[in-house]
Design a protein. Sequence first.
Length: 238
Amino acid sequence: MILITSEIKLADAIHSNYLLIPVITRFGIRLGFGDKTVKAVCKEHGVDVEFFTTILNVFSHESYFPQDRLLRFDVAQLVGYLQKTHGYYRTVLIPMLDKNMEAFVESAARPGEPEVRLIKNFFAQYKDELMAHLKREETITFPYITELVKKENTVLLHKKYSMKVFESEHDNVEEKLYDLKSILIKYLQGDYDEGARNSLIFNIFRLEKDLKDHTRIEDKILTPIVKQMEQALFGSNA
């Protein structure tokens, strides 16, 4: 996969890594931009090209993580991206996995057998945990950060919440997906449609990859930025 710069064609970036398509759409950029460069497309859509290319490279290359540069980005911009990522999980990936799971279960010779029920229940429990995780960030963490930016009611705000609390509660929601993949890949036998099973596994991999990058940005970028804000506002009490 190529390193994405502002001067390359955005289409070439997608040819290098097609999994960038949903990341690009989170910035409000739709396909159909011809041979325009990344810089030109970002200018048309009012997108910060440095932030855009950095996020795409973080997503494409696990070893690429310019922390100093990322720490300089506007926190509101970062929160906006993370919120759009949540929306992608809710409206695209999770519904897609629901359909994959339904197709896989229906393909089983005996849909009610214990192994199939185990897979269905495991996935249902995971979805509940993921939705609770997203809701907690959207109703507590992100509003807290927004209030810090405004610098209003900060003393009262800090008594209720802080990034230390966020860190203590922040669970890695992608870990259980590995267990689900392992069951499907290693242990589940029987008469199933291989295409249905493969589609389910493939999209679990997609969700797991996206969640890992999402968590990495929250832990290594969002948290340090907000901690710096807290230190500036609250001093040694932060």
